[in-house]
Design a protein around this ligand. Structure first.
Ligand code: PLP
Length: 386
C-alpha cells in the first residue's frame, strides 16, 4: 500500500542531506566541543559554523543563539527564564489562548508561583488583536509571548506589530516560531522579537534539538546549571550531530523556501477547494490569507476526527485530528474551541500538513479517500440524517 504522509506539522523526515551532514559527527568526529584537544576543537568549530548559519538566517548575531533540546525547552526557557530574572520589575505575562502547550503549561506553572498571566482571546480566524495586547500591558508586565504560526490551524499572527508594541512599552517579546522557522522568511528585526523558539524536527532536521534566539542584553535566568556551556545559559554537552543537522536543514530551507512556498500554497488551496466542493458541511478552520503554506484544517459535521484518522491510517494516509500532541485525549482542541467551533463539531476536525515531498497525485489520492471515508462514516452515524 502506498503511504501518504500528511502530518508534517507533527514532524518531518530527516532530509538525506541532513543525515549525511550529521553522520561524521556520530562516527569519527565524536569529540566533545568543550575538550581542548584537537578532536574537541574540531567539534567546536563545527558548532560555531552551525551557529553562524542559523543566526544569519534570522538576522541575529551568533552569540544570540543558544542550542537546546527543542521547542518545548525553548518555550519553557523563555517564560520561566524571563519571569525569574525580572520578578522585581514585574510579575505579569501576556500570552494567548491558542498557544502550544509548551507555552501554556509553563504559564500555568508560573501562575502557581504567584505570577499573573493574561490569556488573550483570538477571533474566529485565530488572530490575536494587537490592540488588545496593548491594552493588556500594565506597569507590571515583563513578557509577551505570542506564537508566530499556529500548529493546528496555521494562522500567522501579526508578530511584527505586536513586537513593535512590546518594544515601545519596554516589555520583552517572545515568539514560538516552531512551525514557521525554515518554512517562511523570518527576521528578528522585522518581527521585533527578543526571544524566538525553534525546533529542528519540523524542518527536516533531527528530533531532540532546537535553538532559542535571545537578544543581546535580555535579562534571563539560565535554564540549566552545570558545566557552563552555551555562555552559562544552558549547560549540558552539546548535541553535536543534532546541531550540525539543524544547520544543514536551515541551509536546505534557504535553497528550497521560495519554491516550496509556491508549491505548497498551490497544493493547500487545491486540497481546501476540493474538500469544500466535494463534501457537504465542511468548515475550514483558520485564516485563508494569513496561513502557513502547508496547513489544511477542516471540520466535518457528524464525524469523529479520531475515527477518521484511524480509517485513513488503515488506508496508508497519516493525518492528525486536533494536534498530534493531544491526539488520544477526548477533549476537543483548545485552539478550535478558542476560535468558536462548537465542541461537537471540533471533535470532527482533521489537520493535513503537506511537506517537501508531497505531490499533487498524493493529495488527489488522499482526497478520494477522505471523500469516501466521510461518506462511509456518515452513513453509519446516528447524527447524520441525509
Ligand atoms: N511549539 C509548537 C508551535 C509546536 O508545534 C511544537 C511541536 O509540535 C512545539 C512547540 C514543541 O516542540 P518540540 O517537539 O521540539 O518540543
Amino acid at each position: 500500500m502506498e503511504k501518504i504522509y500528511l502530518d508534517h506539522a507533527a514532524t518531518t523526515p530527516v532530509a538525506p542531506e541532513v543525515f549525511e551532514a550529521m553522520t561524521p559527527y556520530l562516527e569519527e568526529k565524536y569529540g566533545n566541543p568543550s575538550s581542548l584537544y584537537q578532536k574537541g576543537q574540531e567539534a567546536k568549530r563545527a558548532i560555531e559554523s552551525a551557529r553562524a548559519v542559523v543566526a544569519d538566517f534570522i538576522g541575529a548575531a551568533p552569540e544570540e543563539i543558544i542550542f537546546l533540546s527543542g521547542g518545548t525547552e525553548a518555550d519553557n526557557f523563555a517564560l520561566k527564564g524571563i519571569a525569574y530574572a525580572n520578578k522585581e520589575r514585574g510579575d505579569h505575562i501576556i500570552t494567548s489562548v491558542t498557544e502550544h502547550h509548551a507555552v501554556l503549561e509553563p504559564a500555568h506553572f508560573l501562575e502557581a508561583q504567584d505570577f499573573k498571566v493574561t490569556y488573550l482571546p483570538v477571533d474566529s480566524q485565530g488572530f490575536v488583536d494587537p490592540e488588545q495586547v496593548a491594552e493588556a500591558i500594565t506597569d507590571r508586565t515583563i513578557l509577551i509571548s505570542i506564537m508566530h504560526a499556529n500548529n493546528e490551524i496555521g494562522t500567522l499572527q501579526p508578530i511584527g506589530e505586536i513586537g513593535r508594541i512590546a518594544r515601545e512599552r519596554g516589555v520583552y517579546f517572545h515568539t514560538d516560531a516552531v512551525q514557521s522557522f525554515g518554512h517562511l522568511p523570518l527576521n528578528i528585526e522585522e518581527l521585533n522579537v527578543d526571544i524566538l523558539s525553534v525546533s529542528a524536527h519540523k524542518l527536516y532536521g533531527p528530533k531532540g534539538v532546537g535553538m532559542i534566539f535571545i537578544r543581546k542584553g535580555t535579562r534571563i535566568v539560565p535554564f540549566m546549571q552545570g558545566g557552563g556551556q552555551e555562555r552559562n545559559l544552558r549547560a549540558s554537552t552539546l548535541n553535536v550531530p543534532g546541531i550540525i543537522g539543524l544547520a544543514k536543514a536551515v541551509e536546505l530551507a534557504i535553497d528550497e523556501m521560495d519554491g516550496e512556498i509556491t508549491k505548497l500554497t498551490g497544493l493547500r488551496d487545491y486540497l481546501i477547494d476540493e474538500l469544500v466542493s466535494r463534501i457537504e458541511q465542511v468548515t475550514v478552520n483558520g485564516s485563508l490569507e494569513q496561513r502557513l503554506p502547508n496547513n489544511v484544517n477542516v471540520c466535518f459535521d457528524a464525524i469523529e476526527g479520531e475515527s477518521m484518522l484511524m480509517a485513513l491510517d488503515g488506508q496508508g494516509i497519516s493525518v492528525s485530528s486536533g494536534s498530534a500532541c493531544t491526539s488520544g485525549s477526548v477533549e476537543p482542541s483548545h485552539v478550535l474551541t478558542a476560535i468558536g467551533v462548537p465542541p461537537d463539531i471540533a471533535h470532527g476536525s482533521l489537520r493535513m500538513t503537506l511537506g517537501r515531498s508531497t505531490t499533487k497525485e498524493e493529495v488527489a489520492t488522499a482526497l478520494d479517500m477522505i471523500v469516501q471515508t466521510v461518506a462511509n462514516l456518515r452513513a453509519m452515524s446516528p447524527v447524520w440524517n441525509r
